[in-house]
Design a protein around this ligand. Structure first.
Ligand code: CA2
Length: 144
């Protein structure tokens, strides 16, 4: 069975606990559970990881080189700042889907640019936490 990595960046551990008007009411645990169920129905294993530390996310992307067939990633604010995460994703061979819960293009100008989008096969923004499920489905199609 192929494994997909679901990676979440800084502050996404607060999902469902603050700012529900932007990020909704689902917690990260809810998101992981629904992504695991969706992945399993599509014949995929899902491994989820969240960190507030850039290096820890980079280490997971390196680990994914040997362990994962594809990556779903919401890099949080590192989306807009991290050449290092882009470099790590460029060293990963499988498909990458970038997810943003909010519509970053409707928000401050500094959220309009994404380093990760230079690498991602697809980018989902503004679908709420439903976007993670769309990303898992898309990865399953790309890996079939
Ligand atoms: O819309 C997204 O998913 C973002 O990646 C979320 C990041 C933000 O910096 C990006 O521009 C867009 C922020 C994540 C913060 O998550 C929270 C969740 C609940 C409460 C507080 C923060």
């Amino acid at each position: 069975m192929k494994t997909v990595y679901l990676l979440n960046g800084p502050n996404l551990n607060l999902l469902g606990k603050r700012q529900p008007e932007i990020y909704g009411h689902e917690t990260l645990a809810d998101v992981v559970q629904s992504c695991t169920t969706t992945a399993s129905a599509l014949g995929l294993d899902l491994y989820a990881f969240q960190s507030n530390h850039e290096g820890a996310i980079i280490d997971k992307i390196h680990e994914a080189r040997d362990k994962a067939a594809g990556i779903v990633i919401n890099p949080g604010a590192f989306t807009h700042t991290s050449v290092a995460i882009l470099d790590a994703l460029n060293a990963f061979e499988g498909p990458v889907i970038e997810v943003h819960i909010s519509n970053v293009h409707k928000r401050e100008a500094f959220r309009h640019h994404s380093y990760v989008s230079l690498r991602a096969e697809g980018v989902i923004a503004g679908l709420g936490t439903e976007g993670y499920l769309a990303a898992v489905r898309r990865l399953a199609m790309l890996l079939a």
